[in-house]
Every structure is written in structure tokens, then in C-alpha cells.
Design a protein around this ligand. Structure first.
Ligand SMILES: CC(C)(COP(=O)(O)OP(=O)(O)OC[C@H]1O[C@@H](n2cnc3c(N)ncnc32)[C@H](O)[C@@H]1OP(=O)(O)O)[C@@H](O)C(=O)NCCC(=O)NCCS
Length: 166
């Protein structure tokens, strides 16, 4: 699979909306939120950064991340989404690794990812877990009855955080 990484521009807005909706993972309001974050990012808001994966000019997927407010060196990975037709081909891994490399270069300590406990998210949770993200907290009923929030962490300090724990 030949795929390149570069920023997401205004020209990809509709495609980003379409591929996010096509996953079937996100409610209409969530898709709208992804677009709002892209608009904020394109308007220069440094709190939201986007990276796209492309085959030629076609956007295949994207990641959105930013500094977690009120923290030092902690970043949230807000979105990582790959077009269903391109899932399972390494695009998500490429995006995740690229975001991690950017954050390491910026002295980020910790990446936080929030996801759902629903059965449909099992492949997503596996994707994170097999790439070094550890489940750190679970908030029962957070999204809906029987739909818990699971918070994953990736420690970019190679264990310094764990060693500092009491
Ligand atoms: C999760 C997601 C970003 C992974 O991207 P991807 O390009 O499909 O993943 P890759 O091809 O790089 O890696 C495949 C791995 O992801 C897992 N995976 C998760 N969801 C998958 C899916 N829908 N299709 C295929 N593989 C999937 C596979 O089990 C595989 O695991 P392994 O390599 O550890 O055995 C993508 O599948 C996706 O957009 N899913 C729907 C939206 C979502 O859950 N986003 C994250 C929450 S914001």
C-alpha cells in the first residue's frame, strides 16, 4: 500500500466528513464536532492539529490531536479515523506512529485516548492496546447506560511515569 502523510486542508473537508460518517462509528453530532475542530485548526487554533493519510490526492484517513488543557506535556488524541475501504491496511498505524513521533519531538510525556466499552469498539481497543496504549481508567455509564468510557494512556517517557507512581 502506497500512502503519504501531509496536513488536512480545506479541500479535504467534505471528504473528511464523508469518511468519518462512513465508518458508522460516530453520531451525526460527533461528525459535526470533527469538522468544527478541522475548521478551528485551519483558522490557526494551535489546540487542534490534523494529519492526513493520502493515496495520491485522496484522503484515506486522519488523526486529530492537541495539548490537554491545564496539563504539562499531556496530549489528547481526539480522533483517528480511516475510510472503511482502507481499514486493516496499515493506514491507522502509520498515522498513529507519525503523531507519536511528532509528540516525542515536542517533549510530550503522555498521550490520552478516550474510547467506548461497547462491543463494536473491541477492534479499536485492540488497535490501541497492541500499540502500547494501556487502559488506565473506566467510567461506568459515561456515554450511555451500558456504554462506559475507557481511558487509554501511552507513556512516552519510557516508564518514568510508572516509576514515579507510589
Ligand atoms: C481504529 C482504526 C483507526 C485503525 O486504523 P486501520 O487503518 O484500520 O488500522 P491498521 O490497518 O493500521 O491496523 C490494523 C489493526 O487495527 C485493528 N482494527 C481496528 N479496527 C479495525 C477495522 N475496522 N478494520 C480492520 N482492522 C481494524 C486490527 O485488528 C489490526 O490489529 P493488529 O494489527 O494489532 O492485529 C480504524 O479501523 C477506524 O477508523 N476505525 C473506526 C473508527 C475508530 O474506531 N476510531 C478510533 C476512535 S476515535
Amino acid at each position: 500500500m502506497s500512502c503519504s502523510l501531509r496536513p488536512v486542508g480545506r479541500a479535504q473537508r467534505a471528504r473528511l466528513e464523508g469518511l468519518t460518517a462512513a465508518t458508522g462509528f460516530f453520531r451525526r453530532e460527533e461528525v459535526a464536532t470533527a469538522l468544527e475542530l478541522l475548521d478551528d485548526s485551519l483558522a490557526g487554533d494551535p489546540d487542534y492539529r490534523f494529519l492526513g493519510a493520502y493515496a495520491g490526492d485522496e484522503l484515506l484517513g486522519y488523526a486529530c490531536w492537541g495539548p490537554t488543557p491545564g496539563t504539562e506535556g499531556t496530549y489528547d488524541l481526539y480522533w483517528i479515523v480511516v475510510d472503511p475501504a482502507w481499514q486493516g491496511k496499515g493506514v491507522g498505524t502509520l498515522l498513529l506512529r507519525a503523531v507519536e513521533a511528532k509528540l516525542v519531538a515536542e517533549d510530550c510525556r503522555l498521550i490520552v485516548v478516550e474510547t467506548s466499552s461497547r462491543a463494536g469498539y473491541a477492534p479499536t481497543r485492540g488497535f490501541y492496546e497492541r500499540r502500547g496504549y494501556a487502559p488506565a481508567a473506566r467510567v461506568p455509564g459515561y456515554y450511555a447506560p451500558d456504554d462506559d468510557l475507557i481511558v487509554y494512556l501511552k507513556d512516552l517517557t519510557h516508564g518514568a511515569l510508572a516509576r514515579a507512581a507510589p
